[in-house]
Design a protein around this ligand. Sequence first.
Ligand SMILES: *[C@@H]1O[C@H](CO)[C@@H](O)[C@H](O)[C@H]1NC(C)=O
Ligand SMILES: *[C@@H]1O[C@H](CO)[C@@H](O)[C@H](O)[C@H]1NC(C)=O
Ligand SMILES: *[C@@H]1O[C@H](CO)[C@@H](O)[C@H](O)[C@H]1NC(C)=O
Length: 501
Amino acid sequence: MAIFKVSLCLLLILAGSGFDFVSAAGSSSAEESESGEFVVTLDHSNLTDFVAKHKFIVVEFYAPWCGHCKKLAPEYEKAASILSKTDPQVILAKVDANEQNNKPLASEYEIRGFPTLKILRYGGSVVQEYKGPRDADGIVSYLKKQSGPASVELKSPEDVTSIIESNKILVVGVFPELSGESFENFTTLADKLRDDCEFGHTIDSKLLPHGDISSGGPFVRLFKPFDELVVNFQEFDVDALVKFVEETSIPTLTLFDKDPKHHPFVIKYFNSPNAKAMLFLNFTNGQFDAFESKYRDVALQYKGQGLSFLMGDVEASQGAFQYFGIKEDQVPLIIIQKTDGEKYLKPNVAPDHIESWVKDFKDGIVQPYKKSEPVPDINDEPVKVVVADSLQEMVLSSGKNVLLEFYAPWCGHCKKLAPILDEVAVSFEKDPDVIIAKIDATANDIPRETFDVKGYPTLYFKSSGGNIVLYDGDRTKEDMIDFIQKHRATVAKQGTRKEEL
Ligand SMILES: *[C@@H]1O[C@H](CO)[C@@H](O)[C@H](O)[C@H]1NC(C)=O
Ligand SMILES: *[C@@H]1O[C@H](CO)[C@@H](O)[C@H](O)[C@H]1NC(C)=O
Ligand SMILES: *[C@@H]1O[C@H](CO)[C@@H](O)[C@H](O)[C@H]1NC(C)=O
């Protein structure tokens, strides 16, 4: 899904690469180094049973060929040995997710790259991503914290300020006594959201900045490093608490630049189910304030309406620019991506035009934006070049038989196919009803409801009658020619006509 891809590419920029992608799976015969004594080996035959017996266990999904996994192995083993002596004991386990029989486990746990570590709580009923460091000491301290109580008792003002200064979101429950249903519900909240926020509880509201609350009853105070800084809440229904914390901890305006303290909020932004409005500009050339104040007004105006706002610095946003096919000379620009993937673009926007443009978007007046390479002036090679802006004219409503290759510039199989496709094109050169064409699917938006392109190269054939079929033959000249002849002939004879796309 498109939005997922954006967040992944941003994540890559943010996190550097500590991660080998599943799709990049080259295979190598290298084996994990000697299996250690403390890390428990699990596989498809025993993982579920083993996990069911434990309240807290960490499972690493690895592949033997993965370099980052090999680097992690000794650290993980060392951490396992230290954690085996703590109370309560924390168990570290691993699964070779590359092993054929274990692949169903990998998909059950939604493993997309290696290594991936999951924290499984309460016999596996709660699954959580491990987001801690990769060195032994870091693993140990992260997991000690994770396996301990989610909310810590705050006993001094220093306990509070040290967390607030760390720039994280802090949620504090204030209770007349540390027991009872409100307190238990707060503990449940802390357990559910422990990954996203810090939690504390206290019986002394005077420890907290921003003073006492007159009601005296239990209340929750959320501290955040942006917007109104402090928000109080006095309901203790678990769902209401979760909703309160989740909504309150999303900034009205998420900032995306090279400052790592913004990155957790950027990740949250891209993981949110909302439509996304992104304003990109140069943060260091003096325009920031003028844009920020206008844009923030708009963000406040649309708060709670399913649209989230981000402001990104050009210097940090190369990945996003590439993904959206936008250029630095279009900056400052706003791009809105709806949940269905449809995009809307306003290049070279001025602060005063933001509000009216977002309103036009909301009113459905703005036309969707399509990423496209320029339509080439000269297109006289045997294999014709199609771009997003010429796809309709050259392929979909051309009335011709078109074999269209979707390729990526970096794809080796595409390079191997190129001369073959050339020969096919040459052999049809005298046939005005047949076109052989290619489109760079990384530089052009593809209508996904028409073409299901999952890998490269993918070939589709569109008959003159409008039928669209996936090419599933061998990548040889003979097979392609046969395929074209067969499918154009069938269509002509039967006169079948699928809905024109
Ligand atoms: C799970 O099964 C594998 C393969 O049979 C074995 O190597 C491993 O020790 C088992 N793990 C446990 C905890 O029983
Ligand atoms: C605690 O949460 C449960 C479940 O959400 C709810 O039914 C109950 O009313 C809550 N208790 C209080 C004191 O709010
Ligand atoms: C942003 O502006 C600064 C200051 O004018 C300039 O030095 C820098 O090159 C600009 N960055 C980009 C990516 O245009």
